[in-house]
Structures are given as C-alpha cells and as structure tokens.
Design a protein around this ligand. Structure first.
Ligand code: BGC
Ligand code: NOJ
Length: 808
C-alpha cells in the first residue's frame, strides 16, 4: 500500500494522506541553519548544532508523535482546524504534502478555505521562511482568523528538556509590532537571539504558552484559537512561544499570502543592546527586509531549486527504469547531502542531543557526497583528521560546533583510522587535489603537535599494523564497524555503556572485518605514496597488504565463508562451530570487495553462503542465526531481540558491500537483485509494512527472525545513503573516478539493457552511453570515436564534453 507517489519532474514526493504509518519528514537547510519538518508540519529548527543552538522545542517519543512544530491554525465562527491535519485533526476536504529538495509544501482545505504552507530555508540566510497562502474557494465572502504557533527551545536542547528548576524561570521575549523576539539568556553570556516575524499587521499575539494553549489543553485545542482571540501576553519564564493572529477577510476566489520568518541573529558583544534591556535589532530588521514580499520568497525558492539542479547534474542516469533513475538522480544523492550535514545527530530517531559527528560515519558519508561539493568534503577531511591521536587512533566522535573530539566516548574503535584513508582517497580521485596531503593538520586539535595529512594517513595505516593479535589479524578494540560487537566489554551491569566499557583488557580479540578493510583500503594508501614519489613506502604498504591477505585466508576463512572475529578467549565468532551467529555479513562484503579469495574460489563461496543463509525478501540480514540469548563475551549485539538492529536485522548500510562484492565476482543479476530489495523506490508499494519514508533509506529493516520482517526503522541518517550511492553509481552503473581517469565498468543485468550516464568530474562532462548484454565482463570503450584499451577513460581537459560509448 502506498500513501503518495513520486513526482519526478518536480523532484518531489507527494504524500496524499496525513495518515502515513510514521511521520514522513524532510530536511530544510544546507548551510548553517537547519530544520526538520514532517508531513504534518511538526519538527524543529536549529543553528549549526542541534544540541547547543536549538531554536524551537520538540518532544521526542510523545503521544501523539507530533509534539512541536510550526503550526498554523484557522478559526472561523467557532470552527477551527489546521491545514497540516495535526495538531487539531479536524477533518480536511483535501490534504497534500510535497517534500522537495530543501523545501516542503503542505496544502489542506476545509469548508471552502484552502491554506498552502511553504517551508524552506533560503540559501545565504539563517532563517526559515514559512509562506502561508490562504484561498477562498467558496462562493461567499469569508472572514477568519489565522494563527501562527511555535514554541521556543531555550537553546541547549538537553538542558531545555531536563533542567526545569532553572528553565521555567529564565524565558524572556520582546514584542515589537509583528515581530516576536526570543531572548532567553541574552542578558548574560549569549549574543544570539531568535525572532518570528510576519509581514502583516497583527491583530493580536501571544508569547506565553499557558495563556495561548491553556493549562490542561494540548496543542490541538489551544484556548486562544478556540475563543477566536489572542491574549497579547508577554512571557516571563515558563514556556515562551510565538503566535501571531491575523484577521483575514477574503472575497470568493480571493487569496492572500503572508510571509513568516523565523530568524537567528548573532550580534557582536559590543553591539548587543539598543538600550539597556532592549536588544539591538538592526540585523534582524535587515533579515526581515529580505523577505517582506512574496516575490522575494519566490526568488529565494527559485535559487534553491537551481542550486539543486546544478548539484544533481554532476551525476545522472537515463535508463528505462524510472525507479533506478529517480533514486540515482534525486533521492539517493539528496539523502547523501543530508547525512553529510547531519551525520547521526538529528532525525525522528536521533534526538540531536547525543552523538556528534562520527569519525567513521563522516568518512563514509563523504563517499556519497564528495562529487557534489568537494570543497566541503575537503574541509570535513581536515576536521576529522584533526581529531586523530598521534598513534593513529582517533576520537570516535567530535562535536560539530567546537570540532573537538568527544571525551565521553573517547577512542579505541580500531576500524576508525582506516576510514580516513578511504575518505581522503575518494576526495583526491574526485578532484585531483593532491595538495590536501601537504596540509598541516593537528593531532587531537593540539596546534603544537601537527603533521601533514599524508603523515596522518600513514599513522592510520600503521595503527592497524601496531595492533595485531595472536593470529596476525587486527585487534578489534572496543568494536569495529559493528558498534555492537564488543569483545572486551563483558558487561553484566544494566546501565554500563557497551560502547565505552572495557571490563577486560586484552590483546586477543581480533577482527577479520578490519583485516578485509586493510586489504581493501591499504592499496589506496600505497597508490598515494607512489604518486608522491615514495616508492619504498608504497612497496612496504603493498607487502603488508599482501601478507594480511594471506593471514585472512589462513586464519580468517571458516571453510565456507569468512569468519567474523576471534573473541577475547581466542574463540571463533561467525563460524560453523558457533551455535548461533554462524555467519556475518560484514567480512563477506569487505573481504570480497578487497578481492580476497577471488582467484582461489573463496570469494564466490562466501557470497553463495550469504545468498543461502542471510538473504531474505527484504534484504540481507547482518548475522544468522540470530542470537537468542545474551552473550556476555559478545556484548551489545546479543542484547537486541532476534531480528532487530545488529542482531540479524537487515542493516542496510552493509547490503551494498554485498552488491559491490557481487560485481567483483561478475554477477550482475545478484548485485541488482540485492539493490532492488532495499532501495526505497522499489519497495514503495509495501509502505504500510515498511513504515518509513519511501524516498530515503532506513538504517534497519527488521530481519527474518523479527516479529514483523520488512518493517523499517531509523530512516535518513545512516551510512546506507552513501554506500548505496557508491554501489549503484560506481559499481552497478559502473562509473567511478580513479586517480588518472574515469573508470567505466558497468555491471547490470539484461533488464537494464541500455542507459546513459552523465558525469561531471574535474571540470569536464562525460556522456557515457552504455549498451549492456547483461552478462557482465570487461567493457569495450570508444572515447570520442576512438577505441580505448581497458576500462579507464583518461581525464580530459577542463570544459570539454567527452563522449564515451561502452559495450558490455
Ligand atoms: C546501535 C548502533 C549504534 C550504536 C552507537 C547501538 O545501540 O545499535 O547502531 O551505532 O548504538 O550509538
Ligand atoms: C551506526 C553507527 O553510526 C555506525 O558507525 C555503525 O557502523 C553502525 N551503527 C553499525 O553498528
């Protein structure tokens, strides 16, 4: 069952009923100011850091779910409603929500009045625009009241939700005509404030929640709205809100448009006050001026759309498969941009008060993003590398506002360092900017202790070699990619964090996954050394990679598939010998991607075992059989009920590793089949089961051992976005940048018989027309009319358009 449809030409998903199985959200903003907005207008806004600079309040995990947002109420002779359906939930005659790239448009109507709400963040502004158009579609003249409503968060979202003994006394506002200023804590150490403005003369306002809503009411029955009045309150403490009231009269067929602006302003400390106690509003007024007319809003929206057109033109495909086209051309890339900005901080599953930017997460996010905005990727790489320690290990996370490593979680995730090499290599392949390797980058943000980025990569590489266990395999540390495989944790105490507890100190638990990563990523390090003229170091790196490959085949092969790990006691994890958790997805994916066992048969065998034991109608589960009880020696993985999350859920992040691995062994059918199983557009028809947005990937889909296989959770912020884009764009469609040219090596089945990829890279456009037999195998390339050996199209001069014909 569907709850809407794709509108590809508008690049929108159109939701046609408010009753989706879960709030289906969108993200606004791509610079400093961000917002989340659901199809019912709920969500919140923040400046840069969802924890420390939260502008509006939202209550997670509430009943009903939609607790906080930018709502508009309409009241006419005692009848009141919200065009977003919630929070009032009065019956609507029509409802439509269009989530587009960086904007959302929600239209609802009731009894002849239609209201269209447009939400977006104009580029170059720290402001959210809410444009409201009301239309009289009836035959009579109509007079009604239009109310805005949002609730301010007292900046620090964590403190705001927990420290009520203080916060209920600190709230402060100023009202100036049609603008409500939120200035809590501005009197002391903050030099920022927020405002909510409307470009019309208001008939009333409220800034105090209790007065507007009523002490025992919910947001669906605000007292002010019900009574058709406003109380013109000025909040002192308690819960500051902003609500404007506009009295509107429309002739039949008439419409009127109002522009509301939620802005964030920082004043230099010396310019904070206009006069004692009154904030300096100069900057706010400039921002208000910029959006005082609908024409300005139209121009800003047009600018936003053009921005996306430019970005998305860098990689696009035209095939006969609409679902493939819309995922590759629009939604997968859009999600990559969102994950790049948000990391894992804020969604309807991530509360924005917990994790900052992940070291491994951000490096992987880069892989799906670097072709879009390489300058931002460059900055990100330097930020990430700055949180590395001198021994090559790294803070697992850092805070976006301070860019400092997060001491609460610390380091010790032994896969982290290698991801930096992968991220940096991807950036260099995309841009050819080798100079980044010479950038001087601090360790642990200590300006006194710094080295070139290249030296950081060396430390990453060596960190693996300096942390080798009894079988010659890399030590796992707290965990590798699988945060929940905690082999030194041994936790028996309920509130201990699996992530940071190491009750046993040992140098025994080893990871075949990190070994696979080392063999996959090590050659990138060697290639960079070579290109910098350090052949000796390149040769050393290659030797180490080759010997790791041998170790994997000797100690990491279980007979039919790759082992997952050795535990603290040296016992096998992910082996025939285990009663549960016999086979894991991660090493099968990464070892085969690295080419381990490709010529000797293990690669195909491992992938066949994946097919047999891990594949399901909804994707490939992480492990099988699921753990049915808690295993203290394995940690969090066995804490989840069978079929969920890392305990045999379909973790969509590593499904693409299997897709890519299938292309390595040349099996296009399987690769594409796995792709279609988890890719949103292909499973739109089962939205009722899947529950999450049908336009973006979710982190997890419940696996075959779960109560409801196929039900997803944790949409949006997941490495799934980047890796699936890598899989489909670089390995299935097969177009990927390399150091000296664009590799064109498609691997798709016969059901995609021909397609054209347009790829902008290093200032040149490559138009690649592919005729595909579906049998895989080496491509034949003709570049600008001349046959070329191999699968690489050499980079051409900037500004050129290169025509490539490819026959598979
Ligand atoms: C989740 C992981 C997550 C980790 C770190 C675990 O509970 O299952 O997916 O990465 O917590 O927050
Ligand atoms: C989510 C985390 O963000 C990611 O870093 C990790 O690899 C997966 N969970 C798997 O545990």
């Amino acid at each position: 069952m569907r709850f809407g449809h794709f509108d590809d030409s508008a690049r929108e998903y159109v939701i046609t009923t408010p009753k989706t199985p879960f709030p289906w959200i969108n993200y606004l903003g791509s610079e400093g100011f961000f917002g989340l907005v659901s199809h019912m207008g709920s969500g919140y806004s923040f400046y840069r850091d969802a924890r420390l600079r939260r502008l509006t309040r939202y209550r997670y995990n509430s009943v009903p779910n939609e607790q906080g947002g930018r709502f508009f109420y309409i009241e006419e002779n005692g009848d009141y409603w919200t065009p977003t359906f919630a929070p009032v939930k009065a019956d609507l005659d029509s409802f439509e929500c269009r989530h587009g790239l960086g904007y959302t448009r929600i239209t609802g109507s009731r009894k002849g009045i239609e209201a269209e709400l447009l939400y977006f963040i104009p580029r170059g502004h720290n402001a959210e625009v809410h444009q409201v158009t009301v239309r009289n579609k009836s035959k009579e003249k109509r007079s009604f009241k239009l109310y805005s409503f949002l609730e301010f968060c007292l900046w620090n979202a964590h403190d705001d939700a927990t420290n009520l003994q203080r916060n209920l006394s600190t709230g402060e506002v100023e009202v100036d005509g049609s603008t409500i200023y939120h200035k809590t804590e501005y009197r002391e150490r903050r030099n920022h404030f927020a405002f909510y403005h409307v470009n019309a003369k208001v008939s009333g306002f409220d800034t105090d929640r209790e007065s507007f809503v009523g002490m025992y009411n919910h947001l669906g029955e605000p007292e002010a709205v019900k009574s058709g009045t406003s109380k013109n309150t000025v909040a002192h403490g308690w819960a500051p809100i902003a609500s404007h009231r506009l009295d509107v009269t429309l002739a039949p067929g008439e419409e009127q448009t109002f522009v509301f602006v939620l802005g964030y302003i920082e004043n230099p400390v010396s310019e904070k006050w206009e006069k004692p106690g009154i904030i300096n509003k100069t900057r706010a007024k400039q921002m208000i001026e910029a959006f005082s007319k609908p024409a300005q809003v139209d121009a800003a929206l047009k600018d936003l759309k053009e921005h996306w057109t430019t970005l998305l033109s860098r990689y696009s495909v035209a095939s006969r498969d609409d679902k493939l086209n819309r995922m590759v051309n629009i939604w997968n890339q859009y999600q990559c941009v969102v994950t790049f900005h948000m990391s894992r901080s804020t969604s309807f599953f991530e509360t924005g008060i917990g994790r900052g930017m992940g070291f491994r997460d951000s490096n992987q996010d880069l892989l799906g993003f670097v072709h879009l905005l390489p300058e931002l990727a460059r900055e990100r790489i330097i930020d990430i590398a700055s949180t590395q320690f001198p021994d090559g290990s790294a803070y697992h996370q850092y805070q976006p506002l301070t860019k400092r490593g997060n001491n609460d979680i610390g380091s010790g995730f032994n896969d982290d360092p290698l991801w930096l090499i992968l991220g940096a290599a991807a950036y260099i392949k995309e841009t050819g900017d080798y100079a980044i390797l010479d950038e001087s980058v601090p360790f642990d943000n200590n300006a006194e202790n710094r080295a070139s980025l290249m030296e950081h990569l060396k430390r990453s590489f060596d960190h693996v070699l300096n942390n080798i266990g009894p079988h010659g395999l890399p030590l796992i540390g707290r965990a590798d990619w699988n945060d929940c495989l905690n082999l030194n944790c041994f936790s028996e105490t309920p509130d201990e964090s699996y992530q940071t507890t190491g009750n046993r100190v040992g140098r025994t638990a080893e990871s075949i996954f990190i070994a696979g990563m080392f063999v996959y990523i090590g050659p990138e390090y060697a290639a960079l050394c070579e290109r910098r003229g350090d052949s000796a170091e390149a040769a050393r790196a290659r030797r180490e990679v080759a010997s790791m490959e041998k170790v994997v085949l000797e100690h990491g092969w279980d007979g039919e598939w790759f082992l997952r790990a050795y535990d603290f006691f040296g016992n096998k994890v992910g082996s025939q010998e285990n009663e549960e958790g016999k086979i894991f997805i991660e090493p099968q994916g990464f070892c085969v991607m690295a080419g381990i066992g490709k010529s000797t048969g293990q690669a195909v065998q491992a992938l066949d075992a994946v097919k047999e034991r891990l594949d399901t109608p909804y994707g490939v589960v992480l492990v099988n059989p699921a753990y049915s009880r808690y295993h203290v020696e394995l940690g969090e993985i066995s804490s989840y009920p069978p079929g969920y999350k890392e305990n045999a859920g379909i973790f969509c992040h590593n499904n693409p590793w299997i897709m890519i691995a299938e292309t390595v062994v040349g099996r296009p059918e399987r690769a594409f089949e796995y792709y279609k199983k988890i890719t949103p557009a292909y499973i739109e028809e089962i939205s009722d089961l899947h529950k999450m947005e049908p336009y973006v990937y979710s982190q997890m889909i419940a696996g075959k051992d779960a109560a409801k296989p196929g039900e997803a959770k944790n949409s949006w912020l997941t490495g799934t976005a980047a890796w699936n884009f890598v899989a489909v764009s670089q390995h299935l469609l097969g177009v990927r940048p390399d150091y000296d040219g664009l590799i064109v090596q498609p691997c798709l089945p016969a059901e995609v018989p021909e397609f054209t990829v347009s790829r902008w890279c290093r200032g040149t456009t490559y138009i690649i027309v592919v005729k595909n037999s579906g049998k895989g195998g080496p491509p034949k390339l003709v570049v600008d009319g001349k046959p070329v050996d191999g699968h690489t199209v050499p980079y051409a001069a900037k500004g050129k358009t290169v025509k490539v014909e490819c026959t598979v």
